[in-house]
Design a protein around this ligand. Structure first.
Ligand SMILES: Cc1ncc(COP(=O)(O)O)c(C=O)c1O
Length: 341
C-alpha cells in the first residue's frame, strides 16, 4: 500500500484522523463482534456514565516499520492484559484479550498507509479505550459500554537527540495507596493535569510523584516509570502498588538482565537515596527512555553525574538494545514482536 504523503519526521505527538477504526459495543451482558468504520465521531447520551462519573480506561501502544520493511507491534498481549486489569478495577466488562489483539491487528492493517516509513523515527500510535455509554445518574457502573481503537501517526519523540530533562518533586499526589494508580484510567490523568501545567509554568519538564502516604518514596511521573542506575552499574526501579506497570520498564529490566548481564532490582526507592544514583531515566512507550539530568526539590537540586548533555552510558546501552529489538536489528525474545500480515 502506498504511504500517505506526510512529512513524517516533523510530526508532533498529536491526533490526526486516519482511515478506519474498530468499534464494538457491550449491551445486554455481551460484546458484539465489532466493526471497522470510517466514522471518527462518537454520539451518545448527554447522561452517559463516562460523562458523569469518568468511567473510562485506555491503553497506548505503537505500530512501526522494522529495518526489513515489516509492520509490527510490540508486546500487545501486555496491553491487552493491563486493559483487562483496568476494566476490572472500574467495574467495567472486560474486553477479551484475544479480541483486543485482533482489533490491534485489524486497525494497523487497515491504516498501513499511515505507518511511518522505517528510519523516520515516527510511529503509528494506537489508542484502545472503553467507556460507559448509557445514561447513569445515580453513582453506579454503566450497563452499556463502547470499546474503540483508533490509530494516529506521531513524530519522533526526540527531535535531534535525546537531551536530558529536568523534573521537579511534585507537591500534589498522583495516586493513593489502594487507589487506581496501577491501572490506566482516565481519571488518573484528569487529576494530574493541574500538576503538570504547574510544573511546566515553573519551567520543569515533568513531575516526580512521591508516595501519597509518607511522601518519602519515589513513585513515577505522570506518564512514565523511573529507572535508576547505581554507581556500580545495577538497575533499580521502584516497587509500589500505586504505579502503572509500564511495559517498557518491564521490557528494559528483562533486557538489562538477559541481554546486558546487569543486575536488576525492583524495590522501594526512598527519595533520600536518589542523590546517590549515577543515572536516572523515565520509561514509557512514547520515548522508550527519557534521560533525567536534574531533579529539583524545593530549592535543592540533584544533578546526576551523566549531566545535561547526553544520556548516561548505561541508560544509552539499554535504550539502544531495546530499540534495536523493536526495530528488528537485534533478535527479540519469543513473542515480543507481532508482525502484521
Ligand atoms: C502513569 C504512567 N506510567 C507509566 C507509563 C509507561 O507505560 P508503558 O511503558 O506501558 O507505555 C505510562 C504510559 O502508558 C503512564 O501513563
Amino acid at each position: 500500500m502506498a504511504k500517505q504523503n506526510i512529512d513524517w519526521s516533523s510530526l508532533g505527538f498529536g491526533y490526526m484522523v486516519t482511515g478506519e477504526r474498530f468499534v464494538s459495543n457491550f449491551k445486554d451482558g455481551k460484546w458484539d463482534d465489532g466493526v471497522m468504520t470510517t466514522d471518527a465521531t462518537v454520539t451518545m447520551s448527554e447522561c452517559a456514565g463516562v460523562l458523569q462519573y469518568a468511567q473510562t480506561v485506555f491503553e497506548g501502544l505503537k505500530a512501526y516499520e522494522t529495518c526489513d520493511g515489516k509492520i509490527v507491534v510490540f508486546r500487545p498481549d501486555l496491553n491487552a492484559s493491563r486493559f483487562k486489569d483496568s476494566c476490572e478495577r472500574l467495574e467495567m466488562p472486560v474486553y477479551p484479550e484475544e479480541k483486543f489483539i485482533e482489533a490491534v491487528k485489524k486497525v494497523v492493517k487497515a491504516n498501513a498507509d499511515f505507518v511511518p516509513p522505517y528510519g523516520t523515527g515516527a510511529t503509528l500510535y494506537l489508542r484502545p479505550y472503553m467507556f460507559g455509554s448509557n445514561p447513569v445518574i445515580g453513582v453506579k457502573p454503566a450497563d452499556e459500554y463502547q470499546f474503540r481503537l483508533f490509530a494516529t501517526p506521531v513524530g519522533p519523540y526526540f527531535k535531534g537527540g535525546a537531551k536530558p530533562i529536568t523534573i521537579k518533586v511534585c507537591d500534589f499526589d498522583r495516586a493513593a495507596p489502594h487507589g487506581t494508580g496501577h491501572i490506566k484510567a482516565g481519571l488518573n490523568y484528569a487529576m494530574s493535569l493541574h500538576a503538570i501545567v504547574t510544573a511546566h509554568k515553573e519551567g520543569f519538564d515533568e513531575n516526580m510523584y512521591l508516595d501519597a502516604a509518607t511522601r518519602t518514596k519515589v513513585e513515577e511521573t505522570g506518564g512514565a516509570n523511573f529507572l535508576f542506575v547505581t554507581k556500580d552499574g545495577k538497575i533499580v526501579t521502584p516497587k509500589s502498588n500505586s504505579i502503572l506497570p509500564s511495559i517498557t520498564r518491564r521490557s528494559l529490566m528483562y533486557v538489562a538482565e538477559h541481554y546486558l548481564g546487569l543486575e536488576v532490582e525492583q524495590r522501594e526507592v526512598y527519595f533520600d537515596e536518589v542523590k546517590d544514583f549515577a543515572e536516572c531515566g523515565l520509561c514509557g512507550t512514547a520515548a522508550v527512555i527519557s534521560p533525567v539530568g536534574k531533579i529539583y526539590d524545593h530549592g535543592k537540586e540533584i544533578c546526576f553525574p551523566s549531566g545535561m548533555e547526553e544520556m548516561g552510558p548505561v541508560t544509552k546501552k539499554l535504550y539502544d538494545t531495546l530499540t534495536g529489538i523493536q526495530m528488528g536489528k537485534i533478535e527479540a525474545p519469543e513473542g515480543w514482536i507481532q508482525v502484521i500480515e
